[in-house]
Design a protein around this ligand. Structure first.
Ligand code: ZN
Length: 299
């Protein structure tokens, strides 16, 4: 099944929903960052959460999620845009914990149950919209639902799941977000929540071969669901050699001279995707020459 974010509405537009399949995206992230089993689940849920929020974006808008708990993973960052590009990383990707008593990956323990969830939506306006809420459990789905309810005042049902195989590969990853827009009658919200409680875990539905359309239809039930359009998803980072050169230029001539004297080259690794950029002596010299050319003449 190809990775995708699929949208739907229900109850005459009062309810909107997104179902995401993110198996390949999360597997790509796992390979790039060499995450432990539990870190794969934490990063995968965060990437899927970003994709769920990203499904409502347009044009060049982006959404950034920062899950900053007090657990050993040290923080998880995930970003998505309107084109279905998702990227992210864990601060300590190799951190891991034993499984819980119920033989589940201890995502809450790895993330930490105390901390904050920050959401930044860059909607192309002068300043990005920023909101945050305290973590509830560190399991991420509950934390996001709590954030949406308290900080954005939108009652939301959020489900996230990442199934990691014994060989650490991602077998299934997906998510579901159902939101009742302001003014939705409380009984509709109650029905949604009751239905969500009856649904099996999202990875179980996916493993049983359910498509995002079927998952949306099952979760919206008798609220007259209308299945909308879909956006393909992929792990994709917007770093490039040009951006790395621009970043190095911002260090200034003196810093670059020092770097050249000490290292003989510049090496930059993108945190989001793990790609490594190496600029040799001549390339760093060219950057310095470019900066000298751009500098105002010395009087
Ligand atoms: Zn990158």
């Amino acid at each position: 099944m190809q990775d995708v974010a699929h949208r739907a509405t229900a109850a005459n537009g009062a309810v909107r929903a997104v179902a995401v399949v993110s198996t390949q995206t999360v597997e790509d992230a796992r390979i790039r960052h060499a995450t432990s089993a539990t870190a794969t689940a934490a990063l995968g849920r965060s990437l899927t959460a970003a994709a769920l929020l990203g499904a409502g974006l347009k044009d060049r808008q982006t959404v950034l999620l920062r899950v900053l708990g007090d657990g050993p993973i040290g923080g998880v960052i995930a970003q998505a845009d309107a084109d279905g590009h998702v990227r992210g990383y864990a601060v300590h990707p190799h951190a891991d914990l034993p499984q819980t008593d119920h033989r589940k990956l201890d995502v809450g323990g790895l993330v930490g149950r105390r901390g904050m969830l920050h959401v930044t939506r860059d909607l192309g306006l002068r300043t990005p919209y920023h909101g945050s809420a305290p973590l509830v459990s560190g399991e991420i789905a509950e934390d996001l639902a709590s954030y949406l309810a308290t900080s954005e005042q939108i009652p939301s049902v959020v489900a996230l799941g990442v199934l990691v195989g014994p060989d650490l590969r991602v077998l299934a990853s997906g998510g579901l977000c159902i939101q009742a827009l302001p003014g939705t009658p409380p009984e509709v919200v109650d029905r949604l929540e009751a239905r969500a409680r009856q649904l099996p875990p999202i990875t179980q539905l996916m493993s049983a071969g359910r498509t995002p359309e079927e998952i949306l239809a099952a979760s919206l039930g008798d609220l007259d669901p209308r299945i909308g359009d879909r956006t393909p998803l992929a792990f994709h980072c917007r770093c490039s050699r040009e951006r790395v050169e621009g970043m190095l230029c911002m260090l200034g001539i003196q810093e670059l001279e020092t770097l050249l004297a000490q290292e003989g080259r510049a090496e930059v690794t993108c945190r989001f995707c793990g790609d490594r950029y190496v600029l040799g002596t001549e390339e760093v010299r060219a950057l310095i020459a470019r900066l000298r050319g751009a500098a105002p003449p010395v009087m």
